[in-house]
Design a binder for this molecule. Structure first.
Ligand SMILES: *Cc1c(COP(=O)(O)O)cnc(C)c1O
Length: 365
């Protein structure tokens, strides 16, 4: 079972129905530690798509240099923060209206997009081949709707419309990488930018820092990454990163109650209020969401010391939050706290399916 901080456990034990708990003091410490580990030589942007919760974003915003949005909706949303952070607008298929947004920077995904910009500053997003490695989700160099092939990026650099300033390169090429892998990819991107002779005031090497849902205690080594990045950028180049998941994942919790405990064809099931329509992450990634059972039930069926599959209330066998987790005991009325639910969790979930109520959201402050 995952370790639950005292403040989270206390709040979780008080929930009535499915509830997202955001541990903002914990998040604040975590993001401050990332900022410190990166040192003054790396600019730290945050990818807003990981979690649009305003309490979460406000906490992160107090430590980062900028925010990356990927739609007009996200842009309008982050304006509510009222910060003067730099805002970069990325993402494929930007509409004409989106390309007219007032932002500090566009991450340009194609030559056609560049041609439609006016009076803007831009980084060219490039789809570079990355070295083979155990990266969980390698995107760079494969056919992709994201960014431009290296040759197209070179062409784009010399065909920016008048009034459009191309100041560098953007690349988000991997997902699920450790510090060594992430730094190696950053090195490739910088090297390519120099060799290709592209503008390189800013080189953004993206996000994708690993979050290991099976080993919640094994965190991306930001201190090591910071050390490996030092000295990577040549004079005149600012190195920038843009993580999402590894920033906010650890400080969101989905807490819910057990409604039923039953045995089916030899296997135990705990049926929880809510389900993957609130927390789609385990279904989307095919993992068991780390959890802890907080005893609170006093009647109804229970099971001791057995593998238990935790499911939700949806009428589909895909509604599995965690499979075959051995717990000392689970009983109707207990609270289950699912951890690592602070990124790509509530916001990627199909909340309308079956028309159950939406989860509550509580910020621990
Ligand atoms: C999603 C995304 C990120 C963040 O990725 P994480 O895996 O959450 O760190 C950064 N940059 C771009 C362009 C993205 O699409």
């Amino acid at each position: 079972m995952i370790a639950v901080p005292d403040a989270v456990a206390e709040a979780a034990l008080g929930v009535d129905g499915p509830t997202y708990l955001y541990d903002l003091p914990g998040l604040d410490d975590h993001v401050r530690a990332i900022r410190t580990a990166l040192g003054p030589h790396v600019e730290f942007f945050h990818a807003v798509k990981a979690n649009p919760d305003l309490g979460v974003l406000r906490t992160i915003a107090s430590h980062v240099d900028g925010l990356e949005v990927a739609s007009a909706g996200e842009l309008a949303h982050v304006r509510k923060l009222g910060t003067d952070l730099l805002i970069a607008f990325g993402g494929p298929g930007k509409t004409d209206a989106e390309l007219k947004s007032t932002v500090d920077l566009f991450h340009v995904e194609s030559r056609y997009e560049l041609a439609r910009l006016t009076g803007a500053t831009a980084l060219l997003r490039v789809n570079l081949p990355v070295p083979e490695g155990p990266a969980v989700l390698r995107m760079g160099g494969l056919p992709s709707p994201f960014g431009m092939d290296p040759e197209d990026a070179r062409k784009a650099a010399v065909e920016a419309p008048p009034g459009v300033r191309v100041i560098g390169v953007h690349a988000h090429l991997v997902s699920g990488v450790d510090a060594e892998q992430a730094a190696a990819v950053a090195g490739e991107v910088v090297r390519w930018s120099v060799d290709a002779g592209l503008p390189r005031e800013v080189v953004n090497v993206g996000g994708g820092m690993a979050v290991d849902y099976l080993r919640p205690d094994e965190r991306f080594d930001w201190a090591r990454y910071g050390r490996l990045l030092r000295g990577l950028a040549p004079p005149g180049t600012v190195l920038r990163i843009e993580p999402g998941r590894a920033v906010s994942a650890y400080h969101g919790w989905y807490a819910t109650r057990v409604l039923d405990v039953k045995r089916s064809a030899g296997s135990w099931f705990a049926i929880c209020a809510g389900g993957t329509h609130h927390l789609r992450t385990p279904a989307a990634k095919g993992h068991s969401q780390p959890l802890a059972v907080l005893p609170r039930g006093s009647s109804g069926p229970s099971v001791d010391d057995a593998p238990v599959t935790f499911v939700g209330q949806l009428c589909t066998p895909k509604d599995v939050l965690a499979r075959d987790v051995v717990v000392p005991r689970v009983r109707v009325g207990d609270v289950v706290a699912f951890g690592m639910a602070g990124a790509y969790a509530y916001n990627i979930s199909h909340t309308e399916f079956l028309m159950h109520p939406k989860p509550a959201v509580v910020h621990l402050i």
